[in-house]
Design a protein around this ligand. Structure first.
Ligand code: GLN
Length: 304
């Protein structure tokens, strides 16, 4: 399989497509991003690393961070975490409030905002220094990465975070938030503000393709079973109300963020990160999905 040739071909074709979609302007800081950026990076478990375009440029990973925060909470709390979070695709937008009332404050899954807010609460209750400990956990996945919080982005989101505030308060009213809502929200916005580039992102997610161990030093991050479950959740819930379509067109577990990043992986083979900031109506990167759809078609390699 010549991944490089396929990536180059698909990149060229998708780059030439008209720029459809919108930036995530509801977060003022994300409205400033250069919308023509486009980068891809692949990391295979056999050691191939290949990037093209703006793969070294840093961007806001936003909801991709929900996979990382859940991984740490799952590691710390174990299976009892599922008493506070569901594992069903929501079929609703990432910031929707509609199901929470009927579900009595138990978010449908950890990858919608409601679920990630509960995960932030769990980490706040469990960790001594939540911000520092979370970052250290990320560095165990990829010791040389420069992933870090962006104060600018977090502050910018905090100013307009009315929906997330509503979500957090509603969940709190059902008793599924332990800490003070403003503390939980501050941590949630910090988690969303994490910045990295495609190269580091595909490297970070490689352990999900490697049965829960880092590739270089075989450091165990999650158990095999936990890793399979995380991948199942990414497959079924990683793209909100576009998760079915992503499984249908791309056929890989993955996660998107409103910063325009998508990371996807093939268990036993590779992880791949794509960044193109303009989003489709579901809040997922327009060109990111196009690229991955063509990539898995050309390689004839999806998990199905
Ligand atoms: N920080 C964003 C929000 O809470 C994350 C949304 C996303 O990336 N889908 O609205």
């Amino acid at each position: 399989m010549n991944f490089k040739i396929i990536i180059n071909e698909v990149f060229e074709r998708v780059e030439a497509l008209p720029q459809k979609g919108e930036l995530a302007t509801y977060i003022p800081q994300l409205a400033q991003v250069n919308s023509s950026k486009f980068g891809v990076h692949l990391s295979t478990i056999h050691g191939l690393n290949y990037g093209i375009g703006d793969y070294n440029d840093r961007f806001s990973i936003q909801s991709i961070s929900k996979v990382l925060s859940l991984s740490l909470a799952y590691k710390l709390v174990g299976e009892s975490i599922w008493q506070r979070l569901g594992v069903e695709p929501s079929g609703t937008a990432f910031n929707s409030l509609v199901q929470l009332e009927a579900d009595k404050g138990i978010p449908r899954n950890p990858f919608i905002n409601a679920g990630a807010i509960v995960v932030a609460d769990i980490l706040l209750s469990t960790l001594k220094n939540p911000r520092k400990d979370f970052l250290e956990f990320i560095h165990t996945m990829s010791p040389h990465s420069n992933v870090n919080y962006s104060k600018k982005v977090a502050e910018s989101e905090k100013k307009i975070g009315f929906r997330n505030t509503a979500l957090c308060n509603l969940i709190k009213s059902f008793g599924n938030i332990e800490n003070k809502p403003n503390k939980v929200l501050d941590f949630y916005f910090d988690i969303c503000s994490l910045e990295t580039n495609c190269k580091e992102l595909s490297d970070l997610f490689l352990f999900f393709a490697n049965e829960g161990c880092t590739n270089i030093d075989q450091n165990r991050i999650l158990t095999k079973s936990q890793t399979k479950r995380m991948n199942a959740l990414m497959q079924t819930c990683g793209f909100y109300d576009e998760s079915g379509e992503f499984a249908f067109k791309v056929g890989l577990p993955g996660k998107s963020g409103v910063g325009g990043g998508i990371v996807a992986l093939h268990p036993g083979k590779y992880s791949i990160a794509v960044w193109s900031p303009k989003l489709n109506a579901k809040g997922n990167s327009y060109k990111g999905i196009k690229f991955l759809e063509e990539f898995t078609s050309k390689t004839e390699m999806s998990i199905f």
